[in-house]
Write a protein that binds this ligand. Structure first.
Ligand code: SF4
Length: 635
C-alpha cells in the first residue's frame, strides 16, 4: 500500500522499562514500513527519565523540594536537600556510566565517596559482612567492579525517584506511573480528574517532550500503545497535549491494556483524547484505519475499532482476516536511541538482572500460546488464543536483520510460552547458520524438553528460561489445567540447569481451594527444587482472578463465587472472589516471599519450611527426598 499523505508516529508512553525499548512500537514501525507507510517511533518513557535525571531536571526538582513545608519533607527529600550539589555534579556522569559510555567510573562509584547516598543505601546494611568489611563482597567478589558500581548507581537513582515521588508527583515510579487511575477502574472519573488537575513537573516535562517529538516528525497520525495500566495516564497526557496544540493530528490508542481491560469501553470522554481505540493484534485494524484516513475505506469498514459517533461510543468490526504472524515483517528499532538505555542492577539476582540490565532485542517465536488451557490465564483473548507460528527460516532471517540493524546479539523471546517444537527448529537453524546470538524466553516446563533438547538449545545460545510452576501441588496443578506435574517440572528444570541454562520459576499462591497445607507443601517442593539445583530463581505472585480467565468465567468449577462488579464504562479486568476455604493468603504470602528471596541466595535451604512463617502452620506432607527421587527416575 502506498500512503504518501499519511505519516505515522508510534510512541512508547511512560512508564515502561528503562534498559531496553518496549517492543510494541518496533513491531508496528517494522510492519508499517514493510507496507510502504512512512513510520517513525519515539520512546517518551526513556526521554522523560533522562530529562528529569539531568542537571537541569534536578534544578527543577530542587525548586519543588524547596517549596515543600519542612514538616512534609520525607527522609529521601531531606537527604537530597542536604546533598543536592553532589547530586547535581554526579548525575550526568552516573547516567553516562549506566548507559555503558564510561565504564571506568566504576572505580570511583565503588569507593563510596563519589555518589551521594540516601535512604536506599540502607539496603546494604542487611547484607552479612563476610569479614572483609565489604557488604557487597558476597555478591560481586573482588573483580565484579562494573556490576557492583551499577548496583550502587541504581540505588542512587532509586533515591532520586523517591524524591520525585515525595516532592513532585506521588504517582511517580520508574516502572509505572499513576497505575491506580487505570487498573480495573470501572469509571473514567479518577483519570478525568487527574487529567484536569494542574500539571506537575512530570506532566510539564512530558508535554514539552511530546511537542518536540511532534516537531521532529510532523506526523499526521500518532499511535499510543499502552502495555500496562501504569502507562495509561501518561498516554492520555500525551494525547491531551497533541489535541491542544495540533488538533488535526489523529490519535489512536491500542496495546495490551486496551486488549485486556477496555473490551467493554462505553466512555465517550476517552474520545476527547483519542480519535480511535483499536483492539487486539494492531496490524489489521491499523491498515484499515489508514485506508479510511486516506479516503479509501468507509468508517463502517474499520476493523476492531471503537469510535465516538454523536457522543456515543460505537464498536466497528468489519470482518477481515488478521495479518498472518509470518507476514507481519521484521521489527525495527530504527529511530530509538539504543545507546541511551540504562543498564540497571536493582536486585542481586541473576534472573532479575536479565530483566533490568542490558539491551535485549525483543522478538516472538510465535503469536499466542499453543497450550491455551491454564485456568488463571486470559485464554479467551486474542493475545493468548490465536496461536500462529512462523518457520525457523523466517525467524532466523528476522534475527539476522535485527542484529545487522542494532549491532546487538542478545534476544529476549517475549512469547507467552514458546513452543518446544519451534524452539528446537529455531536452534537447529541458528546452528546451521553459525549464528552466535544469546537468547532467553518463557516456556512451559513440558516433557518434550529432554536433556538432549535442552543441550541443543544451550548450544544455539539459550542462556535462561522462565516458566510457570505456579502452585507446586499436583492437585492444584491439575485443577488449574497447567498440564505439568511437580515431578515433571523437577526433571525438566534439572535438564535445563544441567545444560547451563538459568531457570526461573513463576510461582503462585492464593489459587481457589488452596489450603494452608497446600501452601506449606508447595514451599517444601520449591525448597527441594533449589536444593537439587533444578531452579536458581523464582517469584511468588498472588493469584488474581480476571474476567477473561476460565476461573472468572466459570467460578463454580473452582469452588468460588465472584463478587459482583459495578457496571463498567471504562476498564474491567480483575474481579474479587469468595473462597470458602477462608485462608488468609496475604499472611502466608509474606513468608513465601521471604523464603524464596533467601533460597535465591542459597540461605535457609536446610531449614524446616515452617520456620519462615511467623505463626503456626502444619508440617509438610512432602517427603524430604521427594524431588531427589523424582530426578533419579529421569530418562
Ligand atoms: S499461563 Fe502460559 S502456558 Fe498457560 S495458557 Fe497462559 S500463556 Fe499458555
Amino acid at each position: 500500500m502506498s500512503a504518501p499523505s499519511v505519516r505515522v508516529l508510534s510512541v512508547i508512553p511512560p512508564m515502561t522499562q528503562l534498559n531496553t525499548p518496549y517492543p510494541s512500537t518496533a513491531y508496528l514501525t517494522g510492519f508499517l514500513r514493510s507496507r510502504g507507510v512512512a513510520a517513525e517511533q519515539e520512546d517518551l518513557a526513556l526521554a522523560l527519565v533522562l530529562r528529569l535525571l539531568s542537571p537541569l531536571g534536578l534544578d527543577e526538582i530542587s525548586k519543588a523540594v524547596e517549596a515543600l513545608p519542612a514538616r512534609q519533607r520525607s527522609a529521601a527529600v531531606q537527604s537530597f536537600l542536604a546533598q543536592r550539589e553532589r547530586y547535581r555534579a554526579t548525575i550526568a556522569p552516573t547516567i553516562a556510566f549506566l548507559q555503558g559510555q564510561d565504564p571506568t567510573l566504576a572505580h570511583r562509584i565503588n569507593g563510596r565517596h563519589f555518589l551521594p547516598e540516601g535512604p536506599r543505601f540502607a539496603a546494604l546494611d542487611v547484607y552479612v559482612d563476610d569479614g572483609s568489611g565489604d557488604p557487597l563482597g558476597w555478591a560481586f567478589g573482588a573483580l565484579g567492579q562494573v556490576d557492583r558500581a551499577k548496583h550502587l548507581a541504581t540505588l542512587y537513582l532509586n533515591d532520586l525517584a523517591d524524591v520525585l515521588r515525595d516532592a513532585v508527583d506521588p504517582r511517580f515510579e520508574f516502572v509505572r506511573y499513576a497505575e491506580s487511575l487505570a487498573a480495573s477502574q470501572p469509571t473514567f472519573e479518577p483519570l478525568a480528574q487527574a487529567l484536569a488537575a494542574p500539571a506537575t513537573l512530570v506532566d510539564e516535562t512530558l508535554a514539552a517532550l511530546t511537542l518536540q517529538a511532534i516537531e521532529r516528525h510532523a506526523p499526521t497520525v500518532v499511535l499510543l500503545s499502552v502495555p500496562f495500566p501504569g502507562s495509561v495516564y501518561a498516554a492520555f497526557r500525551i494525547a491531551q497535549t497533541i489535541k491542544l496544540h495540533h488538533p488535526q493530528i489523529v490519535t489512536v490508542l491500542g496495546g495490551g491494556f486496551v486488549n485486556t481491560e477496555l473490551r467493554e469501553l462505553a466512555e465517550p470522554r476517552v474520545f476527547d483524547y483519542f480519535d480511535y481505540v483499536t483492539l487486539d493484534g494492531g496490524e489489521r485494524p491499523l491498515l484499515a484505519l489508514l485506508e479510511h484516513l486516506q479516503g479509501q475505506r468507509s468508517r463502517q469498514r474499520l476493523v476492531r475499532t471503537y469510535v465516538r459517533d454523536d457522543g456515543t461510543v460505537r464498536y466497528v468490526n468489519w470482518q477481515e482476516p488478521d495479518i498472518a504472524f509470518a507476514e507481519v515483517g521484521t521489527p525495527t528499532w530504527d529511530g530509538l536511541p539504543l545507546d541511551k538505555y540504562l543498564s540497571l542492577l536493582d536486585m542481586l539476582n541473576p534472573m532479575h538482572r536479565l530483566w533490568s540490565d542490558g539491551r535485549w532485542n525483543k522478538l516472538t517465536v510465535a503469536h499466542g500460546c499453543y497450550w491455551k488451557k491454564c485456568s488463571f490465564c486470559d485464554v479467551s483473548l486474542d493475545y493468548i488464543s490465536r496461536y500462529e507460528g512462523a518457520s525457523a527460516a523466517v525467524l532466523v532471517d528476522r534475527i539476522e536483520a535485527i542484529v545487522k540493524e542494532t549491532g546487538q546479539t542478545g534476544f529476549h523471546f517475549v512469547d507467552e510460552a514458546a513452543p518446544p517444537k519451534a524452539l528446537k527448529a529455531l536452534a537447529q537453524e541458528l546452528m546451521a547458520r553459525n549464528s552466535s546470538i544469546s537468547w532467553w524466553g518463557n516456556i512451559r516446563f513440558e516433557k518434550s524438553f529432554t536433556p538432549e533438547v535442552c543441550q541443543l538449545l544451550a548450544d544455539s545460545g539459550c542462556i535462561a528460561v522462565t516458566g510457570g510452576l505456579e502452585v507446586a501441588s499436583d492437585r492444584v496443578l491439575q485443577l488449574m489445567k497447567k498440564g505439568v506435574s511437580v515431578d515433571q517440572v523437577a526433571r525438566v528444570t534439572k535438564a535445563f540447569s544441567d545444560a547451563g541454562i538459568l531457570v526461573h520459576a513463576y510461582l503462585m499462591y492464593g489459587f481457589p481451594t488452596q489450603t494452608v497445607q497446600d501452601t506449606v507443601d508447595a514451599l517444601e517442593y520449591v525448597r527441594q527444587l533449589f536444593e537439587n539445583g533444578c531452579i536458581q530463581s523464582g517469584f511468588f505472585h498472588r493469584f488474581v482472578c480476571t474476567v477473561h480467565s476460565p476461573v472468572g468465567q466459570h467460578p463454580e468449577d473452582y469452588g468460588v463465587t465472584l463478587q459482583p462488579l459495578p457496571p463498567a464504562r471504562f476498564a474491567r479486568n480483575d474481579v474479587g472472589f469468595h473462597d470458602p476455604t477462608g485462608v488468609d493468603h496475604d499472611a502466608l504470602g509474606g513468608a513465601l516471599k521471604k523464603a524464596i528471596y533467601n533460597y535465591m541466595h542459597g540461605i535457609g535451604l536446610e531449614e524446616d519450611v515452617r520456620s519462615w512463617f511467623p505463626f503456626k502452620v502444619p508440617k509438610t506432607t512432602v517427603q524430604r527426598q521427594r524431588i531427589a527421587r523424582a530426578l533419579q527416575l529421569r530418562g
